[in-house]
Design a protein around this ligand. Structure first.
Ligand code: KG4
Ligand code: ZN
Length: 357
């Protein structure tokens, strides 16, 4: 039996629909459409939740039709409909979730509510050489920066996290400081190409433990952001044009170093020989290069999500759904709602009765 799923993603500012099929145990992307709202949010310097929900509502029907047409499939031939239900902007999540549940119910199909971080994790299964369990994952996006251990039984354990801004959020805020457009990651990456990454020395934020010492696998980006602000102000006082490229390159370098060093330390200490990198920030070429080089030296195998599936998309939601179907997960209730926050460690609750939200 071939398993085919329709998947929807509306947790933030990308409306996305995909059709995936499980072929010889591997998820194949048959169609993947993304309608990005970034240009509209860029006018405000960040995501405006109310606008996001409205745009999802407008874009979703056309994208569903488009993805089905492109795949040559009909809803009736789907094994299930999947949609992101947590975490994210509540109003935005609601659009995808209600649409998914309605389509599933109308066509008598099972519904799978998907955790957004599990979807990001599944994006690595869309690479040619997907890793076998167990492994450590660095998930770096606009909302999260976490180190997650995925055990052989597919259970998740958070090993590290950011105590303030997520890495992507730091890129977005620093870009604004440098006068670069939203989203900050791609615009800092572009400016950094011609910059000197060694010109400015910047702090690698550490998080102190109340009992002394530091949390070895945790992150803090707020001090780095403040250091950037100070540099920009000082340079402004000197009256010279701001060296945006050098500032961008130095910032990108220190963020990459922090992410790589702490991930490798965590992998090393936990004895995990495989490291996976996913999430919007994982699209960063300098970070990808540094992770590959340093992991090679430590004899740790690196698996990077394909760049096209690092930032939010529905293919990764479909990959997570197919994995669950393959493993025989029971479906979600049609009554399952949405939640702005939910721990990945408690993800199994999305498939239990009564639903947790
Ligand atoms: O995974 P994602 O699309 O959405 C969330 O789940 O948050 O991540 C978006 C974040 C934004 O903060 C964006 O600036 C960052 O990922 N990002 C990047 C790059 N592309 C996107 N950061 C660094 N380098 C990039 N090339
Ligand atoms: Zn995301």
């Amino acid at each position: 039996m071939t398993l085919t799923v329709l998947s929807l993603e509306t947790s933030c500012d990308e409306t996305a629909v995909a059709v995936l099929r499980l072929e010889a145990g591997k998820p194949q992307v048959i169609a993947s459409l993304v309608a990005s709202q970034v240009l509209e949010h860029a006018m405000w310097g960040g995501v405006v939740p109310e606008i996001a929900s409205r745009r999802h509502l407008e874009a979703l029907p056309g994208l569903i039709q488009g993805a089905l047409e492109e795949s040559g499939e009909s809803l009736a031939s789907m094994a299930a409909v999947a949609a992101t239900v947590t975490p994210g902007l509540a109003g935005a999540l609601m659009v995808g979730s209600v649409t998914g549940r309605t389509l599933a119910r109308l066509h008598g199909l099972p519904f799978l509510g998907i955790h957004h971080l599990e979807a990001h994790l599944a994006s690595v299964d869309l690479s040619e050489n997907s890793p076998s369990l167990p492994y450590l994952v660095l998930l770096a996006s606009g909302g999260h920066t976490e180190l997650i251990k995925v055990s052989s039984d597919r259970s998740f354990k958070r090993m590290g996290r950011s105590h303030d801004d997520a890495a992507g959020e730091a890129f977005d805020k620093v870009a604004r400081l440098l006068g670069l457009p939203y989203p900050g990651g791609p615009s800092i990456e572009a400016a950094a190409v011609s910059g000197d990454r060694k010109r400015f020395v910047l702090p690698k934020g550490r998080v102190s433990r109340p009992e002394g010492g530091v949390y070895p696998y945790d992150f803090s980006f707020s001090g780095l952001k403040t250091a950037m602000l100070r540099k920009v102000k000082l340079l402004g006082l000197e009256g010279e044009p701001l060296p945006v490229d050098d500032l961008a390159a130095s910032f990108q370098e220190v963020v990459a170093e922090v992410l790589v060093e702490r991930s490798l330390k965590c992998a090393f200490d936990t004895g995990l020989k495989k490291l996976v990198m996913v999430g919007g920030v994982a699209a960063n070429k300098r970070l990808r290069e540094m992770m590959r080089q340093r992991a090679f030296k430590e004899q740790i195998e690196v698996h990077l999500a394909p760049r096209a599936f690092c930032t939010d998309n529905a293919a990764m939601v479909g990959a997570a759904a197919l994995k669950r179907l393959e493993l025989g997960t029971t479906y979600s209730s049609y009554e399952l709602g949405v939640s702005p926050r939910w721990s990945l460690e408690d993800v199994e609750a999305l498939y239990r009765l009564p639903p947790p939200f």
